[in-house]
Design a protein. Structure first.
Length: 444
């Protein structure tokens, strides 16, 4: 933790930052891990906040698939499933989602299938010192919205034998996948102009820690520069006190002995700025939130939370297009631009698949994913669920957000319900759907 590592050896210069960045791109196998975040609602009062303790009491004592249960600052429920091959990962996490849905249903609660709270104002339930400092640093209104009102799917992938290839794909395909799974169009109960309002919230936070990492062909150098130029967020002065850094100083400034970095008189605020250490750099890396982040594996962080019956489609397509070379090459050939500039991410978040270039790239990508999934061990049910999603949304130039804007209310269309068996079949109610229960850290 920043501020508690004075005994560690100080970093000498930027070459040691580059050395740490290199270790974030370890070649590895083809495992996939998934972290699912869900907003939790009261079935009879969807506009009211659900105390985190009530959610905890409703959860099973043990989840059959072995997922770890945690909570985000606003009480969002997070399930982190064990990493493994795609079929095993989806099967185990699906069993846990089914158990959680049943427990919540019995307690009068429901998961929300949406990436941004559509009706409630932010309400922070975790008052940990780190979150207090984070909230002060980020500021209103977007800091509280990010911490308390957003939910996402994070897909964690091994880097394979060529980390740079998967790194490039994860970025270049990011706007396409963001648009295909955009699912947060409402705020205050009304459309707010973005298909992915969750991504818009992130865009309005500190850009030095939320913009995409530039992709120049040298991922290690790009990540090192990103870490150096990101602002310091907070300093831990003792076990109970964190101080937000408000002067705009970056990790590079601290490395060079400038800015508001931690003082050598730990806990008293006196002394001179001490030199940064490797432990400080490692902690600093956990406070930056680009859409794609390397941590020894590849974190894909740009996907909106989906209905609890649909998330396997999101995971399967993302995994296939980034890790399967034939599918990845086909999808990459169709992306509007491989540079992945901020304007492309903004267009995807605002328009979703209504943008014709993103729709075309998504159609190519889904076809490639459907061809790849049997090679990756996916069963017929999962392949059918991906095909049904493509038929319902991608081929029509629609993102899931469109359903949320067009559905009658009540009942709230984003609320997990008992009668949702055909919710994600074709529009005529026919065809396969994902609610058959087959199918590593959070943003804050």
């Amino acid at each position: 933790m920043i501020g508690v590592t004075a005994e560690s050896t100080p970093l000498r210069d930027v070459t040691e930052v580059a050395g740490y960045a290199r270790r974030c791109f370890r070649p590895a196998g083809d495992r996939v891990g998934v972290e699912l975040e869900f907003l939790v609602f009261d079935r009879t009062d969807p506009g009211g906040h659900v105390p985190m303790e009530r959610t905890e009491r409703a959860l099973p004592a043990r989840l059959p698939g072995g997922s770890r249960v945690t909570f985000e600052p606003g009480g969002q429920l997070e399930l982190s499933g064990p990493a493994g091959a795609l079929p095993d990962t989806i099967t185990r996490l699906s069993a846990d989602v089914a158990a959680v849905r049943a427990g919540l249903r019995a307690a009068g609660l429901a998961l929300g299938g949406v990436g941004l709270d559509p009706v409630r104002v932010p309400c922070r339930q975790l008052g940990l010192p780190r979150y207090e400092a984070m909230a002060e640093f980020l500021g209103a209104p977007f800091g509280p919205l990010m911490m308390c009102s957003t939910a996402s799917i994070q897909v964690n992938l091994d880097f394979g034998r060529q980390p740079g290839v998967r790194w490039e794909r994860a970025h270049a395909l990011g706007p396409v996948l963001l648009a295909a799974f955009a699912n947060s169009p409402l705020s205050g109960g009304r459309p707010h102009g973005w298909m992915s309002g969750r991504q818009d919230v992130w865009n309005n936070l500190d850009p030095t820690r939320t913009r995409p990492v530039p992709v120049t062909g040298d991922p290690v150098a790009d990540w090192a520069e990103y870490l150096l130029d990101a602002r310091l967020m907070l300093v831990r002065e003792d076990d109970e006190r964190y101080r937000p850094v408000r002067d705009g100083s970056t990790f590079r400034d601290w490395l060079n002995g400038a800015g508001e970095g931690p003082k050598s008189g730990a806990g008293r605020g006196d002394g001179v700025v001490r030199r940064s250490t490797l432990e400080d750099l490692v902690y600093h890396a956990t406070t930056v939130f680009p859409p794609v982040r390397p941590r020894g594996w590849l974190e894909v962080r740009y996907l909106d939370a989906q209905h609890p019956a649909v998330w396997p489609v999101c995971v399967a397509v993302t995994h296939a297009l980034i890790t399967d070379d034939r599918a990845g090459d086909a999808a990459m050939a169709a992306v509007p631009t491989k540079a992945g500039g901020q304007e492309e991410w903004d267009r995807a978040a605002r328009c979703g698949l209504a943008d014709p270039r993103l729709r075309n790239a998504a159609e190519v990508g889904f076809r490639a994913a459907l061809e790849a999934l049997p090679r990756l061990g996916a069963d017929a049910a999962l392949v059918g669920a991906v095909a049904a999603f493509a038929d319902r949304y991608v081929s029509k130039g629609r993102s899931p957000a469109a359903d949320l804007m067009e559905a009658p209310d009540p009942p709230p269309p984003w609320l997990d319900r008992d009668d949702d068996q055909d919710l994600h079949a074709g529009r005529d109610g026919q065809g396969p759907h994902a609610d058959h229960d087959p199918v590593h850290e959070g943003h804050a």
